[in-house]
Ligand binder design. Sequence first.
Ligand SMILES: [Zn+2]
Length: 392
Amino acid sequence: MISSKYTIREQNEAKILTVIIDKNEVSRAELSTLTGLNKASVSAITKKLIEDEFISETRIGDASNVGGRKPIMLTFNRQSALVIAFDLGYNYIEAMLAYIDGTIIDSIRKRRIDVSAENVVGQMKEIIDHFLSIQPKTPHGIIGLTAAIHGQVHNNVIHFTPYYNLDKGNLWEELQAICDFPVFLENEANLAALGEYTFSSHYQNLVSISIHSGIGAGIVENGDLQVGYRGRAGEIGHSILYPHGKECPCGNLGCLEQYASNKATYQEYAKQEGLDYVNSDTLQQAFQEKNDRAIALLEKNAELLSIGINNIIMMYDPEIVVINSSLYRKIPEMIPFINAHIKNRFSKDVLIRNTFLEKSATLYGAFANSAQNFLNIKKLKLIKEEIVSLHE
Ligand SMILES: [Zn+2]
């Protein structure tokens, strides 16, 4: 049973909390000015937020120009609650426990395993039990679990997962039955975009391209994640690159991801070089050794990918496109390969960069999703300045 602490936060309470989070430190008088709420309302709401341990009084601020009493400053209690994030790949599971502001407490990685509808709940339960056993004491405890699914998801229902069978059964129901906090399932690329939006950028219009076995885009427009009517928005991996091309599990011929996904690139390189197993490390090494065949393959990958990126820029007009791919992280020199192809008069000003969140953008997005729900704040920004400043 989910307790009443998860009921929707009242609108004005969420409004005040949003300003406190954005400003980092703010007085009651400033809150009144910034929210348009009168002083009595601000006083009553901040009193409740302090009692609920969402915010604290930090220090005495400076008096205003016109004199009067020095104000008491308020700040968001960034460690008042905990969130759990999962990334469920077809051959790996990653999970993290963090404070609500994305400060990581513990992480678990299982690699080169087969993830299926039959074994996924058992594997997740083991990890959840471990997190429960080590969780630090906080006022609200664990307030949400969000799991990333590599496929089409809408309202926690998995509709189509081309590379594993999580679309069989009802994963959400099974997980909710073993968790006494809210559980959410969301598309992996959507979560990566939400992670970039919330933790790594000041932009309001952002597209994140996730490239693994498939290719998906997460779209944030004016701070809102765009998922479409059925959760299919941004499925650019299934936009057609070559008419009558290779068969795709989606039913199309010639889908972008059959040519430009990391999986397709690894397979191509393995075939070309007669290798059994190729991953991003293999190609990184070949690139560093200036292997001409590897460089040509990587340039080709960037060229094909840039067609998909160009198309999505034409549709959504983002300020920034963030690339989430182990290949592009290992070989950042591939970003200029993309830039060389994104040069028409509409797209050439769009910033294209690698993720700052390294391999964890999806997990950060999962934190953000649970936090947004618990705080009832859309457009939540919890920028990790220490991460952003590392890259800028
Ligand atoms: Zn397809």
